[in-house]
Design a protein around this ligand. Structure first.
Ligand SMILES: Cc1cc2nc3c(=O)[nH]c(=O)nc-3n(C[C@H](O)[C@H](O)[C@H](O)COP(=O)(O)O)c2cc1C
Length: 175
């Protein structure tokens, strides 16, 4: 089976949901997919391609997601890699906001160049956060709610799956 890894970081779980939806879209495009937290991935040898994602916090990917790319840089440079980011800025999906969020991924793009970037609106449930963060987010008037667009996430994943298949010249589902 030609396998693809979807590795993600999360703090409150919304990025896990996005990673799982991406996994289902890639599977629909014919890939065998493993969806795993970055901390649970020990070996990239079973994979022909990788999709790696994180929420944006304070204008950056979570540190464990950046570390994952840094630690596995050599292996990732030998396969097609795509990144995704989940954040609240994209609740308002404008060209300007997309550029701003894409710039948050510059540090990982410099480590390993991706074939695609997926930029998605996320979710915020203040009740799941420590008091200090709740107060901070209230001060900056951060919007609460679930803004994930499942159709857009799936469409991106299906298109990406086909693109990666084309790049590798493989027929997915076969060895
Ligand atoms: C402390 C904190 C900082 C955040 N910083 C940003 C940010 O800089 N830009 C942004 O667009 N969203 C920001 N967000 C929103 C998160 O990216 C969004 O809620 C995301 O869906 C959280 O993912 P998770 O549930 O997987 O942890 C922030 C959220 C929190 C709680």
């Amino acid at each position: 089976m030609t396998r693809l890894l979807v590795a993600y970081a999360t703090r409150c779980g919304s990025t896990k949901g996005v990673a799982e939806a991406i996994g289902r879209g890639l599977a629909a495009a014919g890939w065998g997919v493993d969806v795993r937290p970055v901390g649970e991935v020990r070996d990239l040898r079973p994979y022909r391609a990788a999709v790696i994602g994180s929420p944006i916090r304070g204008g950056r990917w979570l540190p464990e997601a950046v570390d994952f790319v840094r630690k596995n840089g050599e292996a990732l440079k030998r396969m097609p890699v795509a990144y995704f980011a989940v954040c609240l800025t994209l609740r308002d999906d404008t060209e300007g906001n997309r550029s701003e969020v894409a710039a948050c991924l510059d540090p990982v793009c410099e480590l390993v160049q991706p074939v695609e970037l997926g930029l998605f609106a996320g979710a915020l449930d203040p009740s799941s956060l420590p008091l200090v963060l709740r107060l901070l987010l209230r001060c900056i008037k951060a919007p609460a709610g679930d803004f994930r667009d499942w159709d857009a996430i799936r469409a991106w994943a299906v298109k990406l799956g086909k693109e990666m298949t084309g790049k590798l010249g493989v027929r997915c589902g076969r060895t």
